[in-house]
Write a protein that binds this ligand. Structure first.
Ligand code: FAD
Length: 375
């Protein structure tokens, strides 16, 4: 599908590679080096920032191709660096130029730390506080379900620096670029359903000092600095959903063609082939939609509702495809070391992140359909 992916040669990184990384809880270093040499972690960053100067559409094409080649959710650090880089490129300072180059070249890995134990779908409950101290800030708080905990070098951390104004919860939240090796930063991995190779857990900030120069955007306006990247993230998640759906479908077709029962391939039965054909039809529509929304995003259009729809549809089609593949593999799909077994666990990431399916629908109901807001 994508000339970017065609030029990447992903052949060393097939199912065995990704199943192995996930099973061993090992960051995919070889893959990361491979894509970093080609500056794919900076695909949407400008050439002045060391990136490839492409758009979200090209990033989504690359994501679909990489995910469906076997990576599954293993593509996550690539999305992370691209989107964090875009925020810093738009709202950072001159001193961040070297950092941007490092992101594009994969020397740095920057994650996003917004969620807290008491503030998931509802970020108005963010309790991490940054108070002014000398020429900088001191942060106290705990971020929760933060991904790439071991390998990430930096995080964009959202903290409250002043009380919300006029009932607007997002006012008074400030975004900081935090070096994970700074004094006062600790982290604790939490064993989880999947993503053991990109582990999630808590980022604990105890008296952690950040200079004023690492405030991204204006103090108190961190949500504004993040907002466009959050829209892009939802579209990119739609692309991940399409990639996972395609990966599950292709493995199911292969198995349906080779596995025999009652003297014929199981795929000769309509009970097996029709659900696969239905996924194929839905997947074609999903891909076209995600790429169209990404293209409109690149043109600067307001695509907030469509971005939520892309995220929602991506997760639904991925879930249906993985569940169908699991039926086709039946007992063989239960075995550790098979791609479908990994995908059954990975697909749940799309249901929760970056927003849940219910939050996506509630947003569409209000902003798209004009019904009362529940958010
Ligand atoms: C694998 C993984 C990686 C993640 N990585 C990161 C990361 O790197 N950085 C980061 O900041 N966060 C990350 N997250 C967190 C993610 O963004 C949150 O899990 C998500 O926003 C949902 O929050 P929650 O889990 O607290 O669910 P809750 O907010 O507790 O919601 C629980 C349930 O209530 C429903 N619900 C809540 N309000 C409403 C409503 N108004 N209408 C209908 N239903 C409602 C939800 O849909 C959900 O079903 C990650 C999560 C996962 C699972």
């Amino acid at each position: 599908m994508s000339s970017i992916v065609d030029g990447l040669d992903l052949s060393p990184f097939g199912d065995d590679y990704w199943n192995g990384c996930e099973a061993q809880g090992r960051f995919p270093e070889e893959f990361w080096r491979h894509v970093s040499e080609r500056r794919v972690p900076g695909l949407i960053l400008s050439r002045e920032s060391g990136g490839l100067g492409m758009g979200l559409r090209e990033l989504c094409e690359a994501v679909m191709g990489i995910v469906s080649s076997g990576a599954g959710i293993g593509v996550y650090p690539l999305i992370s660096n691209n989107l964090a880089g875009k925020v810093i490129e738009s709202f950072g300072k001159d001193r961040h130029r070297e950092f941007l180059r490092g992101l594009a070249e994969g020397r740095y890995l920057c994650g996003l730390a917004v969620t807290e134990e008491q503030a998931g779908s509802d970020p108005s409950g963010i309790g991490a506080r940054a108070r002014r101290s000398g020429s900088g800030y001191v942060i106290e708080g705990r971020k929760f379900l933060v991904a790439n905990l071991i390998r990430a070098t930096h995080y964009l951390v959202l903290c409250r620096t002043s009380e919300p104004e006029g009932g607007r919860w997002w006012k008074g939240l400030t975004l900081f670029l935090l070096d994970k090796s700074s004094p006062g930063v600790e982290f604790a991995v939490r064993p989880s359903l999947s993503m053991g190779h990109l582990p999630v857990g808590e980022l604990v900030l105890k008296g952690c000092t950040v200079g004023e120069e690492d405030v991204i955007g204006e103090p108190g306006a961190g949500w504004v600095a993040l907002s466009r990247a959050l829209v892009a993230d939802r579209i990119a998640y739609g692309a991940v959903g399409a990639g996972i759906a395609e990966l599950a479908l292709s493995r199911a077709i292969r198995w349906a063609s080779s596995r025999r029962a009652f003297g014929r391939p199981i795929g000769a039965n309509q009970g097996v082939q029709l659900p696969l054909a239905a996924i194929s039809a839905k997947l074609s529509a999903l891909k076209a939609y995600v790429l169209q929304v990404a293209e409109r995003f690149d043109r600067g259009e307001s695509v907030e509702v469509d971005a939520m729809a892309a995220k929602y549809l991506g997760a639904e089609v991925a879930m249906e495809s993985v569940s169908t593949a699991m039926r086709v593999f039946a007992g063989h799909g239960f075995l550790k070391g098979t791609t479908v077994e990994r995908l059954v666990r990975e697909v749940w990431v799309l249901m929760a992140g970056p927003v849940t399916q219910e939050i996506a629908l509630a947003y569409i109901a209000h902003r798209g359909l004009g019904l009362p807001s529940t958010l």
